[in-house]
Design a protein around this ligand. Structure first.
Ligand SMILES: [Zn+2]
Length: 414
């Protein structure tokens, strides 16, 4: 099918990228930190989603929200099957950067503009997706939208997820006008997709060491989240002798330092980035410290060994202080090897782009279990991500748009 024109003359993707980018920038931005707080099913998320729908409709794309709250924009009829889909997510981590997620969505829309400007002759339906709740910032589990769709999370598990205020995902969805009773696996939708390509800002500095603005992903390291609950005894900070204390903060602190050292030994990553202290008084010894470990490694065996070592250290540090510790695995994502054929084809379409692994999870990683899936990374000169300092140069973003358009043209037109 040839692509219907909605604007004449058709603006190229590199012309339209900047305008879209600037429109999205103020949404969900927390002025005091400069970071983004676009959490699933909040007003900021609603505004991002409205923006996506507007962009889809302005292009004459067929817009739909699926049962799991993912947004889709279609060029051509997806019922024809073997569709090529691209996209990413618009939600953020707490005080996240502007690029993680939105770069893939804005680039996808710009790539459609680019293909129109080229007069590309699409032989397969082309879809753009904005996956819901990718970061898991509010309900603690990443990639909820894609996991539900792919059947990697049951509807019941999803509905019962709770945010820090005790609101369940089901309640949050309902308040945002989405029916939580309808969520669940969507094999019919996935069966119509022949390939999924997610463009994403790089979350490391591998491309910065090369002359390439765009790279292709080889694999995603296995990763998971573990909750460490240290139980001690609340008491007065001014009257309790040091020898009489059962201070869970000490067990936690020892575990944090041990995790860092073990990660170094294993050539892997371990991070305690979130902690909850009860009762949380400055003049009180804590009764309970709850810390969350995020850990990632090149392979699953290394990850299991590393987390086992950190658990043993936690038990040792806790028992030294008369404190009990319980460890709960909250999530785990196995290693993802992206489809080699598709990966190599993309690298070829991009004239020999470098192929790199990543430690970060993505919707593309979830979908790779059920679909041929690939990722493109856009150079990030500092490697900083999940922070307001996350950055990619505009020239590299535009190179990403062109690369994505080349890839989509290669996959959908021949
Ligand atoms: Zn992301």
């Amino acid at each position: 099918m040839s692509i219907p024109e909605h604007r004449a003359p058709a603006a190229s993707g590199t012309d339209t990228f900047g305008g879209m980018w600037r429109e999205l920038l103020p949404i969900g931005r927390h002025a005091p930190t400069g970071g983004y707080r676009r959490y699933a099913w909040t007003p900021a998320d609603r505004d991002c989603r409205a923006w996506f729908q507007d962009q889809a409709e302005a292009r004459g794309l067929n817009y739909e929200t699926d049962r799991n709250g993912n947004q889709w924009a279609w060029l051509g009829d997806p019922a024809a099957g073997d569709a090529v889909v691209t996209g990413s997510h618009l939600d953020s981590v707490p005080d996240g950067g502007a690029f993680d997620g939105p770069l893939g969505v804005v680039s996808a829309l710009a790539a459609v503009d680019e293909l129109r400007a080229r007069g590309a002759d699409l032989r397969r339906p082309l879809g753009i997706v904005n996956f819901g709740d990718e970061e898991g910032a509010r309900f603690g589990l990443a990639c909820v939208g894609s996991r539900l769709t792919a059947g990697q999370l049951t509807a019941e598990q999803a509905r019962g997820l709770r945010d820090a205020d005790g609101t369940t995902l089901a309640q949050a969805m309902e308040r945002a006008g989405h029916d939580p009773a309808a969520i669940g696996p969507d094999p019919e939708r996935l069966a119509r997709i022949g390939a999924f390509v997610e463009l994403h800002v790089e979350q490391g500095r591998a491309l910065d060491q090369t002359s390439h603005a765009v790279g292709v992903a080889s694999a995603i390291w296995p990763h998971g989240r573990w909750r460490f609950d240290f139980h001690g005894e609340a008491n007065h900070a001014g009257t309790t002798r040091l020898a009489d204390r059962r201070d869970p903060m000490l067990g936690y602190a020892g575990t944090v330092l041990a995790a860092r050292e073990q990660a170094r030994v294993f050539g892997a990553l371990a991070t305690f980035g979130k902690v909850d202290v009860r009762p949380g008084g400055v003049n009180a010894i804590a009764a309970e410290v709850r810390g969350w470990l995020d850990s990632r490694a090149p392979d699953e065996e290394t990850l299991a060994t590393l987390v086992g070592a950190i658990e043993r250290e936690a038990v040792e540090h806790a028992s030294r202080e008369g404190v009990e510790v319980r460890v709960t695995r909250e999530s785990f994502t196995p290693v993802v090897e992206f489809a080699h054929g598709l990966r190599d084809r993309l690298a070829g379409l991009l004239g020999g782009a470098p192929i790199l692994p990543t430690g970060a999870g993505h919707d593309a990683g979830i979908l790779s279990a059920v679909l041929p899936t690939a990722m493109l990374f856009v150079r990030n000169p500092t490697g900083v991500s999940h922070s307001p300092h996350e950055h990619a140069d505009e020239a590299d973003c535009l190179a990403g748009v062109i690369a994505l358009a080349d890839v989509l043209e290669g996959l959908a037109c021949r």
